[in-house]
Write a protein that binds this ligand. Structure first.
Ligand SMILES: C[S@@+](CC[C@H](N)C(=O)[O-])C[C@H]1O[C@@H](n2cnc3c(N)ncnc32)[C@H](O)[C@@H]1O
Length: 295
C-alpha cells in the first residue's frame, strides 16, 4: 500500500497476494461482532510462527541490529552481525537484566478482521521477543480497536492506550516506534514532539519509508505540510526492510529509520529552536483520526 497526494491508495494486488475488500486496517463491523477472542489470539500466534520461519524475518533481525549499531555509531562488520545479536541476547540472559527499551505501536488496524493487520501484529510480537522488550513495555493504540481486540492485546500482555496521542509522544528512553502504513501526520507529529538533538537518536521507527513518502508527494506540499519529515529525510538513516511478494500488501514500503547524532548535528542550530506544532491547515486530507474527532 502506498499514499499519494494525501489519499491512501492500496497498491495493485499482485498475483497470489491477499485480496483487500476494505480500506487498509479497516474494521469489518459484521465480522467484528462475531469475533472470538480465543480464536483471534490463536490465529495471531499461528501467524507469528509462520513469520518466524520465513527467510525475510532473518533479514529483518539483522537490519534491526545494524540500525541499532549505527544509531550508537558503532557499526559491526557484516559477518559479525548474527554473532553480535546472539551475544547480546545471551548476555542479557546471563545477568538477568532487561534492556531499557520500550515500544509504541500506532495504527495497527483491525487485526481480527484484516489479514494485513494480523500479520503486522504477529511481526510486532517477533520484534519484541528479539529485542527482549517485555510486552507490557509496548503500548498499542488505534482508534479502530474494538473492545474484543483490546482484550486480545491485553491477553498478549501488551499495554493498550486509551488516549489518542495523535502520535505526539515524548520519548525519554530508547524506543521502537512501529507505525505500519500510518498517516503521514502521525510520523510528522512524532518527529515534532521529539524534535531535539538529544531526543531524536532515542527513536527507531519501523514504518513507511520517509524517502518513499517524499517521492510520492509534490515537493512543495511535502515541505509545507510535513516539515519535520522533510527535514528528517535528509539526516535520518533508512534501511529498506524486505518482504516476499505474497506479503507485499502487508510489509511493502517499510523501512527501519534511525537518527544518528552525527547526522543530526549537520543541521543548522536554528532548526532546533522552538519547533512549531504542526497544524495541517492546508492538508486536503488528514490521514489520521484526531482526538476531538474520535467517536
Ligand atoms: C492506512 S491504515 C493502516 C492499517 C494497517 N496498519 C495496515 O497496514 O493495513 C492507518 C491506521 O492508522 C490508524 N490511525 C488513525 N489515526 C490514528 C491515531 N491518531 N493514532 C493511532 N492510529 C491511528 C487508523 O485507524 C488505521 O487503522
Amino acid at each position: 500500500m502506498s499514499d499519494s497526494g494525501g489519499q491512501w491508495q492500496v497498491a495493485r494486488r499482485r498475483k497470489g497476494t491477499a485480496r483487500r475488500a476494505q480500506p487498509p486496517g479497516a474494521a469489518n463491523p459484521a465480522r467484528q461482532e462475531e469475533m472470538d477472542p480465543r480464536r483471534t489470539l490463536r490465529r495471531v500466534r499461528e501467524t507469528q510462527s509462520e513469520l518466524k520461519s520465513e527467510d525475510f524475518w532473518q533479514e529483518w533481525k539483522e537490519l534491526l541490529l545494524l540500525s541499532a549499531s549505527t544509531a550508537s555509531s558503532k557499526p559491526p562488520a557484516d559477518d559479525l552481525v548474527s554473532e553480535t545479536l546472539t551475544n547480546r541476547l545471551e548476555n542479557n540472559k546471563d545477568d538477568g537484566t532487561v534492556p531499557e527499551q520500550e515500544c509504541v505501536c500506532y495504527g495497527l488496524g483491525s487485526f481480527s478482521s484484516c489479514v494485513s493487520s494480523r500479520y503486522q501484529l504477529a511481526m510486532l510480537l517477533l520484534l519484541l521477543d528479539t529485542l527482549q522488550i517485555p510486552p507490557r513495555h509496548c503500548c498499542v493504540f488505534d482508534p479502530v480497536f474494538s473492545a474484543g481486540e483490546k482484550d486480545v492485546l491485553r491477553g498478549l500482555g501488551l499495554t493498550v492506550l486509551e488516549e489518542n496521542e495523535e502520535g505526539k509522544r515524548l520519548t525519554t528512553k530508547p524506543t521502537l516506534f512501529y507505525l505500519m502504513h500510518c498517516g503521514k501526520a502521525l510520523y510528522n507529529n512524532l518527529l515534532w514532539r521529539n524534535w531535539n538533538i538529544e531526543t531524536l537518536p532515542l527513536l527507531t521507527v519501523i514504518g513507511n519509508s520517509f524517502t518513499g513518502i517524499q517521492n510520492r508527494m509534490i515537493e512543495r506540499e511535502f515541505q509545507r505540510d510535513y516539515s519535520y519529515i522533510t527535514q528528517a529525510v535528509a539526516v535520518c538513516e533508512e534501511r529498506s526492510l524486505p518482504c516476499p511478494s505474497r506479503l507485499q500488501d502487508v510489509f511493502n514500503d517499510t523501512a527501519i529509520i534511525t537518527f544518528p547524532t552525527s547526522s543530526l548535528s549537520k543541521l543548522p542550530p536554528l532548526t532546533w529552536a522552538e519547533p512549531p506544532e504542526p497544524q495541517y491547515e492546508h492538508c486536503p486530507v488528514l490521514e489520521i483520526i484526531l482526538k476531538d474527532k474520535q467517536s
